[in-house]
Design a protein around this ligand. Structure first.
Ligand code: 2BA
Length: 106
């Protein structure tokens, strides 16, 4: 069994979850914050059999769109950022696939 951990932007997460539900994939949503922009995002945990991983990643990718946004640089975060506005790519999804040693529902 595998655990798909997907960090998805707020603009896309509802569509991603709906598509997972429609295909019968269970997921857990954690409210998270990106360490760079400090914007809210959602981390989805999807436990699936190994042969279903590609289908899950495909659905996540289909509903997560990458966009460019101008953001105001901010200080005090301990991060080196150029002064003024900068363009960053947001949206899309960052996905990790982990091995699950044991799965039980009690
Ligand atoms: P954030 O850390 O808030 O990053 C948001 C977006 O800002 C990133 O999108 C990237 O386009 C840009 N960015 C991040 N660090 C940057 C830097 N040092 N300089 C310039 N631009 C930078 P994504 O790469 O798609 O990441 C989206 C979110 O996924 C991240 O939000 C973070 O919450 C998570 N993430 C990305 N890579 C990760 C990793 N290796 N481990 C854990 N979480 C990760």
């Amino acid at each position: 069994m595998k655990m798909v951990v997907a960090i998805v932007g707020q603009d896309d997460v509802n569509n991603v979850i709906r598509s997972l539900n429609e295909r019968g994939f269970s997921s857990t949503c954690l409210s998270t914050t990106g360490g760079f922009l400090r914007w809210g995002n959602t981390t989805l945990l999807v436990g699936v059999e190994a042969e279903q991983v590609d289908a899950v990643i495909g659905l996540i990718g289909e509903h997560s769109k990458r966009r460019s946004r101008m953001v105001q640089s901010h200080s005090g975060l301990g991060i080196d950022m150029p002064a003024g506005e900068m363009e960053v790519t947001v949206g899309g999804a960052t996905v990790f696939v982990l091995d699950v040693e044991r799965f039980e529902q009690l």
